[in-house]
Design a protein around this ligand. Structure first.
Ligand SMILES: [Zn+2]
Ligand SMILES: [Zn+2]
Ligand SMILES: [Zn+2]
Ligand SMILES: [Zn+2]
Ligand SMILES: [Zn+2]
Length: 360
């Protein structure tokens, strides 16, 4: 067994198990396909061009080029559907549903550039090594819940940033409001789509309780000051609320309650009422995010999970793209197995199985 001692081996294995449990605390034995459209963790498989649930990312598309998209609203897992060309040697499509016939894919899933691993108005791939701040749009009617760089929200090139206190890695662009001052972002693209609705929201008496800040986007109004990143209060924003200026909105903590009050005060044929009722009911409540049950089982399941992740995959090394903690774990596992590879031993699937489930 190469040059690491047995005790070292066991303790490293335990470390990896702990890490796996932190990265993936959930039981990955159930695909969410049958639960239909949910707000859930979604992974994009770029090998098969399909969006899949947490469990399927771990159990069915293990050898694929995955990108973690965090949560998407109203998404149905499409593993094992007609959209997914991933079929194993036994004709099984989804390894969790064990279907051999392709299931019907969702007709309401929305795809977009996130599923190609690209994010923000700058259309860039997420760099997991970088320390830039990215924020997800809460509304998503236009942008499909895209993620934005703070500087792109301001309409600026990436510039100097200052380290966020209490964070040893993230770095906030100069001029961007502190992250703890707000609780949600609605991007300028979604606002533009519902321009009149937002104009009314901003001038509503309750807006003070809802809107932390209106953030105009530089470069959308020729006459505006190009280096305009200063704080704007709601009563100062009248000048930016022309259709030619794009702006995003940062929401205060507790905004839902007040959105509800606004809605309740509207008549049913009011555009604002219709907006809340049929387009964005989720703004009025604490949205439920589906999470797989926490895996409370013993080591065995984690070992199986690790085994699964690794299956035939340990030679891919650092080439794995994407933003997932899962991928980080994969490469740690790859490093872990390196000594075995370097010693010239052929690591067979059985060996891996023994590594990770072999302590019984
Ligand atoms: Zn699934
Ligand atoms: Zn795949
Ligand atoms: Zn699956
Ligand atoms: Zn960007
Ligand atoms: Zn948006």
């Amino acid at each position: 067994m190469s040059d690491i001692s047995a005790s070292e081996y066991v303790s490293r294995q335990e470390e990896l198990n702990d890490e796996a449990r932190q990265v993936m605390p959930w039981d990955a034995s159930k695909c969410t396909y049958e639960m239909g459209a949910l707000k859930q963790q979604v992974f994009a498989c770029r090998t098969h061009n399909v969006g899949i649930c947490y469990s399927c990312a771990i159990q069915c598309h293990t050898k694929c080029d995955l990108v973690e998209l965090f949560t998407k609203r109203g998404f149905t897992c499409e593993c094992g559907t007609e959209k997914d060309s991933n079929i194993d040697a036994n004709n099984i499509r989804c390894q969790l549903r064990k279907n051999t016939e392709a299931d019907i894919p969702s007709s309401t899933n929305r795809y977009g550039h996130n599923f190609d691993g690209r994010f923000c108005s700058c259309d860039e791939e997420y760099d997991p090594e970088s320390n830039v701040v990215m924020l997800q749009c809460l509304l998503g009617t236009e942008c499909n819940e895209d993620w934005y760089h703070d500087h792109c929200i301001l309409g600026n090139e990436a510039g100097p940033c200052k380290k966020i206190e209490a964070s040893n890695s993230e770095c906030l662009t100069e001029g961007f409001p502190p992250l703890e001052s707000f609780d949600g972002l609605i991007c300028w693209k979604c606002i533009k789509r519902h321009h009149s609705v937002f104009q009314r929201m901003i001038s509503h008496p309750l807006s003070e309780k809802i809107i932390e800040q209106v953030v105009p986007r530089n470069g959308t109004n020729e006459s505006s000051n190009k280096s305009n990143v200063r704080k704007r209060n709601i009563d100062q924003v009248d000048s930016v609320l022309t259709p030619t200026v794009d702006y995003s909105i940062l929401l205060k903590p507790g905004y839902s309650k007040h959105f509800k009050e606004i809605k309740e005060a509207c008549s049913k044929d009011d555009k604002l009422f219709i907006f809340f009722e049929s387009l964005a009911p989720f703004l009025l409540e604490d949205e439920h995010v589906y999470e797989p049950p926490i895996d409370v089982d013993d080591d065995r399941d984690t070992d199986d999970l690790l085994h699964n992740i690794l299956q035939n995959d340990f030679d891919r090394g650092q080439a794995i793209a994407g933003i997932s903690a899962l991928n980080a774990l994969k490469s740690r596992l790859t490093d872990f197995l390196k000594p075995f590879a370097e010693s010239g031993q052929v690591v067979k699937e059985d060996d891996i199985k023994r590594f990770f489930v072999g302590r019984e």
